[in-house]
Design a protein around this ligand. Structure first.
Ligand SMILES: *[C@@H]1O[C@H](CO)[C@@H](O)[C@H](O)[C@H]1NC(C)=O
Ligand SMILES: *[C@@H]1O[C@H](CO)[C@@H](O)[C@H](O)[C@H]1NC(C)=O
Ligand SMILES: *[C@@H]1O[C@H](CO)[C@@H](O)[C@H](O)[C@H]1NC(C)=O
Ligand SMILES: *[C@@H]1O[C@H](CO)[C@@H](O)[C@H](O)[C@H]1NC(C)=O
Ligand SMILES: *[C@@H]1O[C@H](CO)[C@@H](O)[C@H](O)[C@H]1NC(C)=O
Ligand SMILES: *[C@@H]1O[C@H](CO)[C@@H](O)[C@H](O)[C@H]1NC(C)=O
Ligand SMILES: [Ca+2]
Length: 780
């Protein structure tokens, strides 16, 4: 026997060690991340909290929530005399305030929306013992105030006298993350609220898919007209309109496929490359496009102007095209492709060096030759061009008085700038506003990021990045070039895609960060300016690990060909990437960049898109990427619990959760609670979510004083659920609500609700007046 154990020991020990190690790693890196009960990251409240003050700087409560908690507290404390108050107030306060902890989701077991949540935050063993010792009889009061059902109240009577049972109920076994240890755990609190970094200093961000199925999406822009629409261009010549809610209009904004020169060949740099809307689109109603075209067997780039259709703001008038400028392309690569309006209202056009390798044309290449438009940044004025020439030259363009120079030139010495952007400026101070950033694709060794200024020489072909490319030109003292703010060698990537300075509202940590990427390597990168020294600090961006990105709708992977970056009307940041870089492959996805460490305070960033008149059909968006959702019903583990209730229905379709929950037929009188004397209304339904949350949360239904079920709504339609539930509380039925499953009776052995005894899918008997369906997800 002893021998056997011994042998076993030998065999098992290494495994045990491994297990311990794994557990340790899990504790250090994995496990928990800051998250609120509404499944979102914590935030800094807009006003300081009055009651749960310790969470004023960072946590999960705004002032309103804080007030609600303080009301709960005083309601409970009403039950105490002075000495009881002195002994127990601190426990009650601390326990109630954990809802505001940045680790609230963890303390309440609410990280996984598919599993039930605790009624009270998970306590550490010692704390629970103290609490039991001093104030055990307050448990039922706390449960009641947390909306705990009668069943728990009865239960407290049975566990109150037994410390072990009592703490079994309240304890969170994980010693690092239980309350109050979670507050003092150094690793958890060190960088709380800052962008999380992996051990190598890589910034960990997450993504949200916002569009998919696109063919080499080259650009995404917005109209800045309050509609929060965005326009997405595909290389083969389409531009599509997406509404603020992600639905796409089926008719293209522009279909230029007949004119655009491109091919399915992966790596073809020709095609429809950019679109820019006039900054005063509502009054000027014009759009500008940049594309490759073949004219008399000659390849050119064409910049032309379209007018919005008179009948439809979501379509250009296809007969209105007017050419602004054409430039002959001596080779099929390096066609440039950026078009944008500066804060000065002028149109900027970024043209490549004409192609081949090393800018071989003429004596010293095109980029340093101011007599050609190739290899330049141009600036023109397209306002008031209805009569006369399509554009005029701004009077302060830098080379107007240089005899051989083209007057359109704003900056030169550029190779093939791919994606430029204008800094909106710091939201508070305006600092940095109007700066123009570009990625300039390199030749053999270096990719660079430039800050474009008027008259600047960006060095090509004398220089590539910081180093000399053409030694003779490079050492000419009259070169007087502007160096990049950042350059990286080809071991990190071979084709830079310029990005944006983040100036949005939802991710306060990212303010001022220039986020860009590389088309070939798929690397995401960032630069942050040191305002004192003017230096730009580099940090790689990597995807957060599974735990870090474990928020509903977020993913942590993307296709590697990063084609473009974009900003929406509110300044939130996106990038466009594809898994197959061919103009005909529908492998392109648009991702929103999300900081999982911190969000803005609820309500701070809410926007109300102004309505758009839509002609034609809408195509709704369904995410395709990322983790597959596991089957809701079987992981729910709730089916057996539900079995004795009339209806709780969950439907799962196309990997999309669709939950329909009907209230019980019988509506009795409310139970009266003993000590507190508070009513727990039968059939009361509540949403567990933060204020301002409009698209997801948890629906809880109480039946005969018990929490009958926790149904999670992950999809759109949560507002519908809310509206319906408000009526449910009044006992009204709503005929407009579609009920997909009804009369469900489960025994508890079923793997999904579809296996339960039920009416046919889509069939129901809602004639009984008091039944109300709650749809937590939209049906289709
Ligand atoms: C709770 O206790 C009361 C009285 O002790 C009893 O009538 C009631 O049925 C109990 N409720 C539950 C859900 O056990
Ligand atoms: C998006 O908004 C449009 C216009 O308001 C509406 O018709 C459409 O149904 C919405 N789509 C979704 C999925 O809610
Ligand atoms: C775009 O235009 C081409 C020809 O000009 C036509 O064949 C095609 O059907 C159009 N596509 C759409 C979606 O309208
Ligand atoms: C500069 O470009 C112009 C226009 O393409 C060309 O005629 C001229 O020869 C070039 N100059 C040099 C020095 O290469
Ligand atoms: C230096 O550049 C200037 C202007 O581009 C040119 O006139 C001059 O000949 C160059 N000098 C040499 C030594 O190449
Ligand atoms: C910014 O630059 C200043 C001056 O060179 C330096 O003292 C400071 O440490 C820098 N800050 C950061 C965050 O690197
Ligand atoms: Ca350069």
């Amino acid at each position: 026997m002893t021998l056997q154990t011994c042998n076993l020991h030998h065999a098992v020990l290494p495994h045990l060690l491994l297990l311990v190690l794994l557990l340790l790693l899990h504790v250090l890196w994995g496990c928990c991340h800051p998250q609120c009960l509404d499944y979102k990251p914590p935030f800094e409240p807009r006003q300081p909290l009055v009651f749960c003050k310790e969470y004023s700087k960072f946590g999960c409560c705004d002032l309103e929530k804080d007030e609600a908690i303080s009301v709960k507290f005083y309601t409970i404390m009403d039950n105490f005399d002075h000495s009881g108050y002195m002994t127990c107030a601190k426990y009650i306060r601390s326990i109630l305030c954990q809802e505001c902890s940045p680790y609230a989701a963890h303390l309440y077991d609410a990280e996984d929306a598919n599993t039930p949540m605790r009624m009270l935050p998970g306590m550490c063993g010692d704390y629970c013992s103290d609490y039991w010792q001093q104030c055990r009889y307050t448990l039922s009061l706390l449960l009641e105030e947390s909306g705990g059902p009668q069943q728990f109240a009865n239960m407290t009577a049975t566990i109150e006298e037994d410390r072990r049972k009592f703490c079994n109920f309240l304890e969170l076994k994980d010693k690092q993350y239980c309350y109050p240890n979670v507050l003092t755990n150094a690793a958890l609190n060190a960088n709380l609220g800052l962008v999380s970094e992996d051990p190598k200093g890589c910034l960990e961000l997450c993504l949200q898919e916002v569009a998919n199925g696109l063919r080499n999406p080259v650009a995404m822009i917005h109209a800045n007209d309050g509609t929060h629409r965005f326009f997405v261009a595909e290389q083969l010549g389409y531009v599509w309109v997406y509404l603020a809610n992600g639905s796409r209009i089926d008719r293209p904004f522009l279909n230029l496929t007949h004119a655009v020169l491109t091919s399915p060949w992966a790596g073809d740099e020709r095609g429809f490359l950019c679109i820019a809307l006039h900054p005063r689109i509502t009054t000027v109603r014009k759009a500008y496009v940049y594309y490759s075209v073949s004219v008399k067997k000659e390849e050119r780039i064409r910049i032309s102007e379209f007018t919005l259709s008179a009948h439809d703001d979501n379509q250009l008038d296809h007969s209105s095209e007017r050419t602004i400028l054409e430039v002959v392309e001596p080779a099929s690569n390096h066609n440039g492709g950026q078009l944008l309006f500066g804060h000065d209202g002028y149109l900027y056009i970024f043209i490549g060096d004409g192609g081949r390798a090393g800018d071989p044309f003429g004596k010293f290449g095109n980029s340093q030759n101011k007599s050609t438009l190739l290899g330049k940044v141009l600036r023109v004025d397209v306002d008031n061009n209805d009569d006369g020439p399509p554009y005029s030259i701004p009077s302060d363009n830098p080379f107007l008085r240089e005899k051989e120079a083209r007057p359109e030139i704003y900056a030169f010495g550029v190779r093939n700038m791919w994606r430029c952007s204008i800094d909106r400026g710091d939201p508070a101070t305006g600092r940095g506003g109007g700066r123009m950033f570009c990625g300039d694709v390199g030749q053999n060794k270096y990719e660079e990021v430039d800050l474009i200024v008027k008259g600047g020489n960006y060095g090509w072909r004398a220089k590539e990045g910081f180093s000399c490319y053409d030694r003779k030109l490079c050492h000419n003292s009259s070169l007087d070039d502007i160096l990049p703010i950042f350059a990286y060698p080809h071991k990190l990537g071979k084709s830079v895609t310029g990005g944006y300075i983040y100036r949005g509202c939802q991710m306060p940590n990212l303010n001022g960060l220039y986020i860009f990427g590389d088309f070939m390597s798929g690397r995401l990168m960032s630069l942050k300016e040191n305002v004192t020294s003017g230096e730009w600090l580099y940090n790689e961006i990597c995807m957060g690990r599974d735990q870090t990105c474990r928020f509903p709708k977020l993913i942590n992977s993307y296709y590697k060909y990063i084609i473009s970056f974009a900003e929406d009307e509110a300044g939130e940041l996106y990038f466009l990437a594809t898994g197959a870089a061919s103009a005909t492959a529908r492998a392109g996805v648009i991702y929103k960049i999300v900081d999982p460490s911190r969000r803005a305070a609820p309500g701070k960033c809410s926007v109300k898109p102004s309505p758009v008149k839509i002609k034609g059909k809408l195509i709704h968006f369904y995410p395709k990427e990322g983790k597959q959702m596991v089957n809701f019903c079987s992981t729910f583990g709730f089916v057996s619990v539900f079995s004795h209730f009339s209806f709780v229905v969950v439907l799962y379709r196309n990997m999309r959760l669709l939950a329909i929950c009907t209230l019980p037929k019988k509506r009795g009188r409310g139970h009266k609670r003993g000590r507190g004397g508070r009513r727990l209304r039968v059939g009361s339904v509540r949403l567990v979510s933060a204020d301002g949350l409009s698209d997801r949360g948890r629906v809880e239904i109480f039946i005969r004083g018990d929490k009958a079920g926790t149904v999670v709504c992950r999809q759109l339609g949560f507002t519908t659920a809310l509206a319906v539930m408000k009526r449910a509380a009044l006992g009204e039925a709503d005929r407009s609500v579609r009920i997909l499953l009804d009369d469900v009776e489960c025994e508890g052995r079923e793997r999904s609700l579809l296996e339960c005894k039920r009416a046919r899918v889509g069939k129901h008997n809602c004639s009984h007046g008091e039944d109300v369906g709650v749809i937590c997800g939209y049906s289709y």
